[in-house]
Design a protein around this ligand. Structure first.
Ligand code: DOR
Ligand code: ZN
Ligand code: ZN
Length: 372
């Protein structure tokens, strides 16, 4: 750190964002999403495939790649889906997609059928690619939409149990062990998930995982009856949050990804039950994590940079360059104002929070792509 509290660090890399184009550009576009990423200090992001059309063929993925070439202000790397139409039945043509996609994911839903997941892992492993899984067992959902815990019971909401996440992780870890597939678990949120992945790593399974800033900093105790607290997986209990922090510290959790999932104001205006799942994350991630984890002494600044910039590039084999960096002011507090976001999505549980760590400038390939 310099004397005036300013630092320069490698720009961030988020392996889990939703830019909504093609298909849902009223929520976000490649242009607005990549500009929001730059404003958050990121120069590389991987976009999830719950789009229309789903990037399940070279032709469909090509539509997104054309928009990226035209509009992206940073490095935007799309995922291809694991299954045709993200329907969980037919594994995509991995050979045809692997040169064009960063990895394979059906994010937005879990792959329900174990035999399809096995086939996907075998195929993806055969091509030396990564499978990134949103783990969610639909049989256990029962119409839930927030964590199945104290808050849901006290306020009469239907809960999402932890097992809907960890049960599928447990299944997949065994499949990854058997197939040798490079397996990445998206947005882990429960203590059981941390422990399962910890044990799998001990046994030598080729597994990595991410969690999001909100799971590390918030719990069901922070819930208000507002759509900006709703995302999938949901904010869990305090013991889950504590286990995630332990997992960060001991290396079980490899990286932090935002799951930036913008929706329109109207879609987020219908309270906890009626709102769409997903929050905007790219423009708040560094300041909330720096304030909540580094200034409090839970992890070091170097560790945070490792989690947000170094580890994701390493695991997903994304380029590292001295010409990609971010300048940040650590000394002046400011208030998060969702109204001022570059993203089209303005829904965040961190709105109004006082934080440190404002991004001053983001440089990509030697060129300034954001400046305050
Ligand atoms: O909160 C979420 N938003 N979770 C998901 O799984 C999907 C995502 C979205 O696409 O909005
Ligand atoms: Zn997901
Ligand atoms: Zn997602």
């Amino acid at each position: 750190m310099s004397e005036n509290g300013k630092i320069k660090c490698p720009s961030f890399c988020d392996v889990h964002v939703h830019f909504r184009e093609p298909g849902y550009s009223y929520k976000e576009t490649i242009l607005t999403g990549s500009k929001a990423a730059a404003a958050g200090g990121y120069t590389c992001v991987c976009t999830m495939p719950n789009l229309n059309p789903v990037p399940d063929s070279p032709e469909n993925l090509g539509i997104q790649l054309d928009i990226i070439r035209r509009d992206a202000v940073i490095d935007v790397r799309p995922y291809a889906s694991i299954t045709a139409g993200r329907k969980g039945m037919q594994v995509v043509d991995v050979a045809a997609l692997k040169g064009k996609a960063v990895a394979f994911s059906d994010d937005g839903s879990g792959v329900q059928d174990a035999s399809v997941m096995r086939k996907a892992m075998e195929t993806i492993a055969g091509h030396g690619c990564i499978l990134a899984a949103h783990c969610e067992d639909n049989r256990l959902l029962h119409g839930g939409y927030i964590h199945d815990g104290r808050y849901a019971r006290a306020h009469g909401h239907r809960g999402i149990c932890s097992e809907s996440e960890w049960g599928q992780i447990e299944r997949d870890l065994e499949l990854a062990r058997e197939t040798g597939c490079a397996y990445h678990v998206c947005h882990i949120s429960t203590k059981e998930s941390v422990e399962l992945i910890r044990r799998a790593k001990d046994r030598g399974v080729n597994v990595s995982c991410e969690t999001g800033p909100h799971y590390l900093l918030l719990t069901e105790d922070d819930l208000l009856e507002e759509g900006r607290f709703k995302m999938n997986p949901p904010l869990r209990s305090r013991s889950d949050r504590d286990a995630l922090i332990e997992g960060l510290k001991d290396g079980t959790i490899d990286m932090i990804a935002t799951d930036h999932a913008p929706h329109s104001a109207e879609e987020k205006s219908r309270g906890l039950e009626g709102s769409a799942m997903g929050i905007t994350g790219l423009e708040t991630a560094f300041p909330v994590l720096y304030t909540g984890l580094v200034r409090t002494g839970i992890i070091s600044l170097d560790k945070l940079v490792e989690l947000m910039a170094v580890a994701p590039r390493k695991r997903f084999k994304l380029p590292v360059s001295e010409e990609d960096y971010t300048e940040i002011d650590l000394s002046e507090p400011f208030r998060i104002d969702s109204g001022s976001f570059v993203s089209k999505g303005h829904s965040t549980p961190f709105d109004g929070m006082e934080v440190y760590g404002r991004v001053l400038r983001t440089v990509y390939g030697g060129k300034t792509v954001y400046s305050l």
